[in-house]
Ligand binder design. Structure first.
Ligand code: AHR
Length: 527
């Protein structure tokens, strides 16, 4: 135990808790294997790709003429890594970029497309060579649902209505004809439509009352064509802005299918955000605390939604989340390129466990962002070597694949907690974090998948799980950990942080005992 923290024993009620008998273990949980109700939507493991830095250009797309091996312009290595991840949904083209994006500039012959300046992200010149066709065809290659983020801030109702028609109409409509002229006969399968992004800020600096009226107007003209049924998502709050959610629920209500929420694990917006790789133990524990505050924020937004929508018809979509650090030294300002350590992996696992607990309301979550921006899955060397590296966060998403569309299992949990000093500096109350985070689900084949994260930097955790109602026979698992919490993968050392088979599980009848090393993430499958 380090000097800057002291351990206390506490009971953390992570679900409707029953009192459990005292045990020799550091953590115990009873998982109710036959009491699951909510299917975990696969969209919770969603991704986000913005025209920002090298996310699109150099990350996903190099163009068909590039010496970097590609399929129709998409990098082969990145394409394969994302296929392996089973990306369920991909949000595009922003972010802040979406509210300055004019989709008609991104269709037709690439060499004729007009250029624009990307005012939000470093003033980079955008040549529009990656547009609607390139994005939607990528989604088809990946087997991912597209999530289009529409321009409300600087666009018009007519422009967004026509984009919907272009993508989804199969009739003799003007936009469907234009799409056919551009080489695509059939409409694409587009379900998710975001009506603006961060409309309180970069998306138009609006008041919630004004945005609510605007949303209602846009929603009328974004039509359902042929067999397509749009799922319309209103631009939601950031963090602690509960009033935004309330005004939207009061004034838009059932006219929206979903309402978004953005929550970044970030120190603040004005000053330095801290190094992605060079941090001390106290900063690590602060990060875990700030990340876990997500659950309280979600609960408060959900409570407000429950008042108007007790049947939970309107989804909450956390369509931007993840860590936000200072940009790597030597990279372009405004491109948000950051490294990714075992600390980021911990944030990913803890956040996914939180989302899994709230699937009665949360219907999607999109980590920011898929390649080369913020807490990415993949980093690519865009300087010509064509190298690619998978981040620790990638491996968390890989290990969590089995949770997609499994049934969430309720549990009674008793774990130690760790006191985090200095937490109050960043509005973190209380300054405690659970030493172990646990989440479980039952797959369609009846097997059980359990994720566990040991947040302690220096103490292994002995965990005992009672799989109540199971008929458990075998257990297998994977583990992600590293020597130092600051460890990361780069182009020279690609395998510093990588999952290994987990050997620390013992199963006897329905009791599963696990030894979790310090700072480890483990996912086990029980059959
Ligand atoms: O993900 C980076 C930016 O963060 C997005 O463009 C914006 O929506 C948010 O502020």
């Amino acid at each position: 135990m380090t000097n800057n923290m002291k351990k206390i024993i506490a009971t953390l009620c992570l679900s409707a808790a029953a009192v459990l008998p005292a045990a020799a273990q550091d953590a115990t949980a009873t998982i109710h294997v036959n009491k699951g109700q909510n299917i975990i939507p696969k969209e919770i493991y969603g991704q986000f790709a913005e025209h920002l830095g090298t996310c699109i250009y150099g990350g996903l797309w190099v163009g068909p003429e590039s010496p970097i091996p590609n399929t129709q312009g998409y990098r082969n290595d990145v394409l394969q890594a994302l296929k392996d991840l089973k990306v369920p949904v991909l949000r595009w083209p922003g972010g802040c970029f979406a509210d300055e994006y004019h989709w008609m500039d991104g269709i037709g012959p690439r060499d004729k497309r007009p250029k624009m300046q990307n005012n939000n992200w470093g003033g980079t010149i955008e040549d529009n060579s990656f547009g609607t066709h390139e994005f939607l065809n990528l989604c088809e290659l990946l087997g991912a649902e597209p999530y289009i983020s529409g321009n409300v801030g600087s666009g018009t109702v007519e422009e967004l209505a026509k984009w919907v028609e272009y993508m989804t109409s199969d009739g003799e409509t003007p936009m469907a004809k234009l799409r056919r002229q551009n080489g695509r006969e059939k409409s694409w399968n587009v379900k998710y439509l975001g009506v603006g992004n961060e409309s309180w800020g970069c998306g138009g600096n609006m008041r919630p009352e004004y945005y609510a009226d605007l949303y209602r107007r846009y929603a009328v003209y974004c039509r359902d064509y042929d067999n397509h049924k749009l799922y319309k998502i209103a631009s939601g709050a950031s963090d602690y802005d509960y009033n935004w959610t309330k005004v939207l629920m009061d004034n838009v209500g059932g006219r929206m299918d979903g309402l978004s929420l953005h929550y970044y694990t970030v120190k603040g917006w004005g000053g330095p955000k801290g190094s992605a790789t060079n941090f001390d133990n106290q900063e690590y524990y602060w990060t875990v605390g700030k990340c876990l505050q997500l659950e309280d924020v979600i609960k408060k937004h959900c409570d407000i939604m429950d008042q108007k929508d007790p049947k939970k018809n309107i989804g909450l979509l956390v369509d931007e989340w993840g860590t936000w650090w200072d940009e790597e030294p030597g990279t372009i300002r405004g491109h948000l390129y950051q490294q990714n350590t075992m600390r980021d992996a911990m944030v990913a696992a803890l956040s996914l466990n939180v989302f899994q607990r709230h699937t009665d309301r949360i219907k999607m979550a999109n980590i920011a962002q898929v390649v080369n921006v913020l807490q990415s899955m993949i980093l690519t060397d865009t300087k010509g070597t064509g190298h690619m590296v998978l981040t620790p966060t990638y491996y968390v998403f890989q290990m969590y694949k089995d949770f997609q569309e499994a049934t969430y299992l309720p549990m009674d949990v008793k774990v130690d907690s760790i006191n985090v000093e200095g937490g109050h500096m960043y509005k973190m109350t209380p300054g405690k974090i659970p030493a172990v985070s646990i989440s479980a689900a039952k797959k369609a084949d009846g097997s059980i998948v359990v994720s566990l994260a040991n947040t302690s930097l220096d103490k292994a955790q002995e965990v005992e799980l009672n799989l109540d109602g199971a008929n458990a026979k075998t257990v297998t698992g994977r583990m992600l950990t590293s020597k130092k919490i600051t460890d990361y993968n780069d182009f020279e050392h690609t395998d510093v942080v990588k999952p290994v088979d987990f050997k620390g599980a013992k199963l006897k009848k329905n009791i599963l005992k696990l030894s979790l090393p310090a700072k480890s993430i483990v996912v086990v499958n029980v059959k």
